[in-house]
Design a protein around this ligand. Sequence first.
Ligand code: ZN
Length: 198
Amino acid sequence: MELYAGKINKLIEELSALPGIGVKSAGRLAFYLINEPEEHVKRLADAMLDAKRNIRYCKECFTLTDQELCPICSSQKRDHKTIMVVETTRDLAAYEKTGKYEGVYHVLHGAISPLLGIGPGDIRLKELMIRLRGEVDEVIIATNSSLEGETTAMYISKLIKPTGIRCSRIASGVPVGGDLENIDEVTLLRALEGRTPL
Ligand code: ZN
């Protein structure tokens, strides 16, 4: 027997398909939304659609942005010769929150994972190598310390070696398997400052 009307079930089903939302939370959210004024629900729905339609990749660093060049890549105040390589836009945001990193980024959108069949061609590695033809002093590899993150770091360092560009890996203050975005700013900064040459 269905507990709720079909349309509520449908809403709960859609919400529970979101990452980190279980059926219980989905139910709570669904009933919250149903009880909100229509105007608020519409604002939320519009914001989701608007983000989906207008967000694209920065043509330089491939972070998600709504302009051709993201604010970091278009800033004159940033050091464009230092590139920090991260797995996701959320990792970039974590380092930005520290307010202490002055270089630019490169977002891979994933990590190499032979287990999941994700190879070097499936992440934005080729684009990184193209960037390195320009004037670059240092590449800081800040992929996660998971197996995939370490595999990716190793792979990138091997690619960079022949270019003669300085390449470093953030220190392992970041716990193994740790998602960068869940780590506090002090730990992130310590990892950045204690980076080791590769
Ligand atoms: Zn950018």
